[in-house]
Ligand binder design. Structure first.
Ligand code: X8Z
Ligand code: ZN
Length: 603
């Protein structure tokens, strides 16, 4: 009896339990199914509208013709259509609704809904007029930036021409002329930037972000404070070496330009780059004059060589459409329209239509940029696979996307690789310390610029609501503080020198991506050199090494399906850190200290 009486409720309870569980599974299954139906249909529309927007944007960036109103209008329409969709109330509500059942969704579904909400915050249709106005202001700003006619002594010049002068000219008055010409564009962009700041902040505020800077940072799953702490630490970590480089550059350049009194801070027009972000071409290393070797090649050769390098690692040749539809070289002189002169890589349809927009000429800077851009392209192609839902076809984070090609750019400049390509003779006696110095003038110099000047300026702009009366003052205050660079002559608020930098206008509040990407690329490079190739990180040759390709692919083909911190730990066995970068350049400090002995340090 007892047994029976005990058994009956037992059976009864077990039955209830099974029923409950069955329902649970069924409901779990049905939430998942419903969610998937929504995601599939969202994805289909998203891809169509995204492709239409890309095609219109592509036209807007490759055909900038004064007086043409049709192209910008078409771009506005396509961008608005995408914005209306991604920011629609219905899509926001649905994504929020499904995320309430988080435990019942797959991790990939959760990530996709999070992406939907992230995209929505940029275009919330709760504030349709603000979004519309922002899109208009953005299209106009790009047009002004890349439609600008740079002039020296009344004669039109390209940005490649200006860069050549800054790399080679030793007459300071000619340098000044070129530098000033390069900054003229900023004046025309100031009003647009003020307006864009307001509109960008307002759009994301509608979905609860404090400001546009915070919105962009949140893409890393970080708060503004965490990001700023990271960028500040990075600046501090490189500062001892940067100080040596700064001192070295002041004295060397003074000598080069025949200036007797060495200035405390570097006048901006002394540096071989419009923004002072990369100084490597200020020195030529004997037996390592890549610039002159590359200038004997054609721009097409640079492109093909970039592709060959990736193929040698086991990546596929670029699709035919890439070669057909990309815009790779400067427009021929006399072309009545202009194009965006800054390098970029496009994933047009989030499938196989990938393109580059560049103005490649045969020199070392473009050689590196070719590798950088192809890194983006191979990232796109690698995560375009059935395992990665279209909405997650992005880098593990934005910095990862920037790191891959820059890593290849670094590898493509190392001596054993260049010897292999016959760009350097087998017996090249190039001094190793000099080569390391040249690299530091690129990679180390970049950090105070990216993690310091650019990041702080945009933080002040978006989070700090920087007064338009202080744009230029703030810019030069940061340039001096972080880079030890000063303007050649007073630059009042009629100028807007920050706006001469592409990203300030059309890649807003994201420049720390590049700072982090440099850190990451040295971690990746150290891992590849020591763990895969068993080579000296300062003298590697990746060429033909399929194991390197496999390692990279294992990161790239995941897209944004995994948390970037987890991926970093998994692939590199460590967290994001500047350690590898500092180790790489460690031997340089003693060397520079010797050279700089008796010189005045000002940073
Ligand atoms: O903007 C770029 C790339 C665009 S995908 C060419 N870079 C930064 C810059 O030019 O300021 C690459 C490194 C830094
Ligand atoms: Zn890039």
């Amino acid at each position: 009896m007892r047994r029976l009486t005990r058994l009956i409720p037992g059976i009864f309870l077990a039955g209830l339990f099974i029923l409950f569980f069955h329902n649970q599974i069924q409901s779990k299954g049905s939430v998942q199914k419903e969610a998937q139906q929504f995601l599939d249909s969202y994805t289909k529309t998203y891809q169509k509208l995204y492709y239409e927007m890309s095609l219109a944007e592509w036209k807007s960036n490759t055909y900038i013709m004064e007086g043409d109103t049709a192209t910008p209008a078409a771009t506005r329409r396509a961008t608005e259509a995408l914005a209306n969709f991604t920011g629609s109330k219905e899509n926001i509500e649905k994504a929020r609704y499904f995320l309430k059942f988080r435990e019942e969704l797959t991790p990939l579904q959760i990530r996709q809904f999070q992406r939907i909400l992230y995209q929505a915050a940029n275009n919330p249709q709760t504030v349709p007029d603000v979004v519309k106005a922002r899109i208009k202001a953005e299209t106009e700003q790009t047009e002004k930036l890349f439609g600008f006619d740079f002039k020296i002594q009344g004669k039109s010049v390209s940005t490649n021409d200006i860069d050549n002068i800054l790399k080679t000219e030793t007459d300071l008055s000619k340098r000044l002329e070129a530098w000033k010409a390069s900054k003229e564009v900023g004046k025309n962009l100031k009003d647009g930037l003020i307006r864009l700041r307001e509109l960008r902040n307002k759009t994301v505020q509608a979905l609860g972000y404090p400001d546009y800077f915070a919105y962009q940072v949140s893409d890393y799953g970080m708060s503004v404070e965490e990001m700023r702490e990271m960028t500040q630490r990075l600046v501090e970590e490189v500062m001892p070496l940067y100080r040596e480089l700064h001192t070295f550059a002041r004295y060397e350049l003074a000598k080069k330009y025949g200036v007797k009194e060495v200035p405390d801070y570097l006048p901006a027009h002394w540096l071989p780059n419009r923004w002072g972000q990369d100084w490597n071409s200020m020195i030529t290393v004997e037996g390592y004059d890549i610039d002159s070797r590359l200038s004997e090649k054609s721009a097409e050769w640079l492109m093909k060589q970039g592709e060959r390098f990736y193929i040698s690692l086991g990546f596929s040749p670029l699709p035919e459409s890439f070669w057909k539809l990309s815009s790779l070289y400067p427009l021929p002189p006399g072309t009545p329209y202009k194009k965006n002169n800054h390098a970029s890589a496009w994933h047009m349809d989030l499938e196989h239509d990938v393109r580059c927009l560049m103005s490649v000429i045969p020199n070392a800077e473009w050689y590196e940029t070719v590798h950088h851009e192809l890194g983006h392209i191979y990232y796109y192609l690698s995560y375009t696979n059935p395992e990665v839902p279209l909405l997650l076809r992005e880098g593990a984070n934005r910095a990862y996307h920037e790191a891959v090609g820059s890593l290849m750019g670094l590898a493509a400049m190392q001596k054993p690789f260049l010897v292999h390509l016959n760009l350097l003779p087998e017996d090249s006696q190039a001094d190793e310390m000099q080569m390391l110095l040249k690299e530091a003038l690129n990679y180390i110099v970049f950090i105070p610029w990216s993690a310091g000047v650019m990041t702080d300026f945009e933080y002040e702009l978006y989070s700090g609501n920087l007064s338009p009366e202080a744009f230029n003052a703030k810019w030069w205050e940061l340039k001096k503080r972080y880079q030890g660079i000063v303007p050649p002559e007073p630059r009042g608020e009629e100028f807007c020198d920050a706006a001469s930098k592409t990203h300030i206008n059309n890649d807003a509040a994201q420049y720390y991506d590049y700072a982090l990407s440099y850190v990451q690329l040295f971690q990746l490079h150290q891992f590849i050199a020591t763990k895969i190739l068993h080579q000296n990180p300062r003298a590697t040759n990746y060429y033909g090494k399929k194991e390197v390709g496999d390692f990279l692919k294992s990161i790239l083909e995941k897209g944004a399906t995994e948390d970037w911190r987890k991926l970093t730990r998994e692939k590199l066995g460590e967290d994001l850190s500047a350690k590898a970068m500092l180790e790489y350049f460690a031997p340089l400090k003693d060397y520079l200290q010797k050279i700089n002995q008796g010189r005045k340090y000002t940073l």
